[in-house]
Design a protein. Structure first.
Length: 518
């Protein structure tokens, strides 16, 4: 039997993080909060190399991370110039002139016996229902430019809300750095020069900078961004290229002046060779054109973006290159890749920061000892690959289920063979109205419903339990839900009012109390 002192000797005591972008500082903060001072954490970053400097839209899972590191919500909104995000408006995706909304909350409310979607399908077939988005409190709130915090009481329509944030990622990383350094993380400035490895095991033992500083450690987290300096250059993990399914490989980004109204949602507009994002923060609007270099030149894409802004540009356009895909291993020996070093899925559903925290959560639950038992790495790799596959399929759906666009990129995506896992989800939904969603899938029913129905994938059937409903009573219940939403909307604050209250607040009140006017 292993005794206590042997266990103690084998515990990890030094973690070295390479990279100080969003991934590096999120990882440093989370490890420092979780382990306290029992582990020394060093972070190496290079000001000269800098960070990628984009990544402003999030999904609701960010609440988990902010709670883990003890970030007060109002303080976070002030520090990162954040706005609230209730979902994404997709303009011209299904076909030119069409628009739909992917809300973060649920459709309808939960009623006994039969789920909301088949209830709606049945009423719709009986000619007794309004369009599905009319029953989404989150969609209606967003499109009315209002915002409030969800409540726990499941009898309230406000319990169906979900939300995330738009924020300045640079300010977020800076804020996290302050928290992490207060918890003992030591930042080292410099460029990586050499990596030392144990000749027998191949484990990384130390990083040395160009100035000759050496950072020794037991566990190394590769947060070096697209460079993937440890997981690829040292560990040779390999890369699965998914660009045949997700052909956009470039983006041009430029901020522009804010408007008086700060919409509580991201807008994504389909463009001839990709799509354009619009992310409103407190002080500016972030914009970008994500495109396939095979289909448009950089100059044309840059000009297209500048011609389609809400206000004057605040900087020169910045061009970025990437490739959709994933590392074949995210954890190899004592190196774990978190952030862009682990792979990349384009920002269509704002999932990269989620993937950072998903990597952090898995690392925390599978945290190894110095031997880095391979079973832990295998489990990490299996679970993370599932995350990537699920998100990849959801993104491909957006590109694939379209009509009425003959631009080469859109034609290619409509006609391409999609992964079997996605083909099966689409076919099952079309045939039966049922969604194949696993318990660990990031995107749940409301998200798949929003995009499938929004992009014209019509189910031919509905769950047979809906036949047990009395049609008139079913229709009356739906009508009641719609009326509750319609009545409550004007009573809720405008998004700008909530932000103004948070900025003006000197009492440290919670966002929830400000949103409810308490
Ligand atoms: P980086 O920010 O690139 O950081 C890498 C770090 O490694 C830096 O500190 C750098 O100095 C350091 N480094 C590199 N080489 C060396 C070296 N030799 N020596 C020392 N240090 C080194 N995500 C979202 O969630 N929402 C979005 O809306 C979103 N939009 C995006 C739009 C685009 C066009 C792109 C490309 C990405 C977007 N992302 C988005 C992804 C998001 O930007 C990243 O997930 C996030 O910024 C994390 O990046 P990172 O920390 O892994 O890498």
């Amino acid at each position: 039997m292993t005794n206590h002192s042997e266990l103690g000797e084998n515990r990890i005591t030094k973690v070295v993080i390479l990279g100080g972008g969003t991934a590096g500082w999120m990882t440093a903060t989370a490890l420092a909060k979780s382990f306290g001072r029992s582990i020394d954490i060093a972070l190496l970053e290079s000001e000269e190399i800098g960070t990628i400097g984009v990544g402003e839209a999030t999904i609701p899972t960010l609440h988990w991370f902010n709670q883990l590191v003890g970030l007060d919500e109002a303080e976070f909104v002030r520090a990162t110039k954040a706005s609230f995000k209730l979902g994404i408006e997709f303009v011209d995706w299904t076909r030119p002139g069409h628009c739909y909304f992917h809300p973060f909350g649920y459709y309808g409310i939960t009623l006994p016996g039969v789920a909301f979607f088949p209830r709606w399908q049945k009423a719709h077939r009986d000619g007794l229902a309004r369009p599905l988005p009319d029953y989404s409190m989150t969609t209606r709130l967003a499109l009315d430019g209002r915002f409030t915090i969800p409540v726990d009481d499941t009898k309230s329509i406000l319990s169906t809300l979900g939300y995330a944030y738009h924020f300045d990622a640079g300010l977020y990383a800076r804020h996290l750095r302050t928290l992490a350094e207060a918890d003992g993380v030591v930042r080292h400035e410099g460029k990586l020069a050499t990596v030392e490895q144990d000749p027998l095991s191949g484990f990384v033992t130390a990083l040395t900078t160009e100035r000759g500083e050496t950072l020794a450690g037991d566990l190394f987290i590769d947060c070096s961004g697209f460079r993937a300096l440890l997981i690829e250059d040292v560990c040779h993990a390999g890369f699965d290229d998914w660009s045949h399914w997700l052909p956009c490989d470039r983006a041009v980004a430029v901020p522009c002046e804010s408007l008086a109204t700060i919409t509580p949602f991201t807008r994504s507009t389909a463009r001839p060779a990709g799509w354009q994002w619009r992310i409103p923060l407190q002080h500016r609007i972030g914009n970008g054109y994500v495109y396939g270099s095979e289909f448009i030149s950089d100059d044309e894409a840059g000009q297209y973006l500048l011609d389609n802004l809400d206000g004057p540009a605040l900087a020169e356009p910045r061009f970025l290159r990437f490739k959709a895909g994933q590392r074949r291993k995210y954890w190899d020996r004592n190196v774990v890749a978190i952030g862009l070093s682990s792979g990349f899925l384009e920002p269509l559903e704002s999932t990269s920061i989620h993937l950072i925290q998903s990597g952090i959560a898995k690392l925390l639950s599978l945290f190894p000892d110095r031997g880095c038992y391979s079973g832990l790495a295998t489990q990490f790799n299996t679970l993370f690959a599932q995350d990537m596959d699920n998100i990849r399929d959801f993104l491909i759906l957006h590109y694939h289920a379209t009509e009425g666009r003959d631009d080469p990129l859109w034609k290619h995506c409509r006609e391409m063979t999609v992964p079997d896992s996605l083909a099966s989800r689409i076919a099952t939904f079309r045939k039966s109205g049922r969604l194949l969603i696993g318990s660990d899938d990031l995107f749940k029913e409301a998200s798949w419903l929003a995009v499938l129905t929004g992009q014209g994938v019509e189910p031919q059937d509905y769950h047979p339990l809906a036949d047990t409903l009395d049609p008139q009573r079913n229709a009356a219940q739906l009508e009641q839900i719609e009326q509750v939403i319609t009545r409550s909307l004007p009573t809720l604050p405008k998004h700008e009012q909530i932000i103004a209250a948070i900025l003006a607040d000197k009492r440290g009140a919670s966002v929830g109390s400000m949103a409810s006017g308490a």
